[in-house]
Design a protein around this ligand. Structure first.
Ligand code: GLY
Length: 347
């Protein structure tokens, strides 16, 4: 839900859910910058606070275990309520802690980043990174509520805004040309937040519409994976090389690769491809890969959850808003798409 007064809406949400104890999960940053927005809310002032380290490299089994321990040692029961206050790292890990603790407790997500609001907090995908792979372990386990307050976004870095914005571009690509045109002409170098918020809620609506039709990703929810086969390979590769990249940036670069595959496999129109790529290249720069890295990236992509056997599965487009799920690309074509990506971003 859209919140105009986060304190009031959190209190209302808590009151509407039967629970005994309340636990609130933050990371070190959201503890400092966001917790203050809700800490004086009557129900929250009684809650037990759990804080874990920030950023995606900490979405680990150790931090998950720390949350389980805190819940156990502070008397959480199957009727306790967990509130996740943070970006995708907190809502993914916290959601998975909720999914698994005593076989499942209720939870609320309060995303504090644009990326979290537009994607991670919505739709019930929870999980952690494992063995060098993104979101390798997890569960579909929806939250009771997602409370989106744009108050949190005004202090986000430009990089954090862009990271969320890439998922909004993805939603527009799978939905409609008019949505895409609005995003590609929005001035990111001089952001009007009230306009951005409108675009954000429109984007969340697109995602919700898809998740409601297919919550367990058997079919149309796979549309949301556009750009992500490549993005996850880039991210895992970047982590292995100790040069982590923001998720949304990886999605933006992944979109370049996968729109090229869309062109080659599904006849995606060249003009739309160029327009989208130009915007990405101007705003997101480049993730540096060379042709020597293609084999490694290909091997990483073989681990993607969406694959069956050792074929690499992609979600592609035949036009904007026209999604083709379960598309297979051969190795040679994927390498060609990496070449195209490198040319497009000027590597
Ligand atoms: N992030 C894609 C999904 O929620 O399905």
């Amino acid at each position: 839900m859209k919140s105009n007064n986060i304190g009031v809406d959190v209190e209302k949400a808590i009151k509407s859910i039967r629970h005994d104890k309340i636990f609130i999960l933050t990371d070190k940053n959201t503890h400092i910058h966001c917790y203050q927005f809700i800490k004086n809310t009557p129900s929250i002032s009684e809650a037990k606070l759990i804080t874990i380290p920030a950023d995606d490299s900490n979405k680990t089994i150790d931090n998950l275990s720390k949350v389980w321990e805190e819940l156990t040692h502070n008397g959480a029961t199957r009727h306790s309520l967990l509130i996740n206050l943070g970006g995708g790292m907190v809502t993914d890990l916290g959601g998975f802690a909720a999914a698994t603790f005593k076989r499942g407790i209720k939870y609320i997500n309060i995303p504090t980043t644009l990326l979290g609001a537009v994607d991670a907090a919505v739709g019930g995908k929870t999980g952690i990174n494992f063995a060098g792979f993104k979101n390798e372990i997890g569960a579909f386990y929806p939250s009771e509520q997602v409370i989106i307050s744009t108050e949190f976004f005004h202090t986000l870095s430009h990089e954090a805004i862009l990271s969320g914005y890439a998922e909004m571009i993805k939603h527009a690509l799978i939905h409609s040309s008019s949505d895409l045109d609005k995003l590609l002409t929005f001035p990111l170098d001089n952001i009007d937040f009230s306009q951005l918020n409108e675009l954000l809620f429109r984007s969340v609506g697109i995602k919700r519409g898809i998740v409601d039709q297919d919550p367990f990703e058997k079919n149309i929810r796979k549309a949301l994976n556009l750009g992500h086969t490549t993005a996850h390979a880039f991210e895992s590769f970047a982590i292995a090389q100790q040069r982590p990249i923001p998720h949304g940036y990886a999605v933006a670069w992944g979109i370049i690769v996968e729109l090229y595959l869309s062109l080659r496999i599904c006849n995606f129109p060249q003009d739309k491809l160029q327009k989208t790529i130009r915007f990405i290249q101007q705003n997101y720069g480049a993730f540096n890969i060379g042709c020597d890295d293609y084999e490694t990236l290909f091997e990483i992509a073989k681990h993607d959850k969406k694959n069956q056997g050792d074929k690499i599965n992609f979600t592609l487009l035949s036009a904007i808003g026209n999604v083709r799920i379960d598309q297979i690309a051969e190795k040679e074509l994927i390498f060609e798409a990496f070449d195209f990506y490198r040319d497009s971003v000027g590597l």
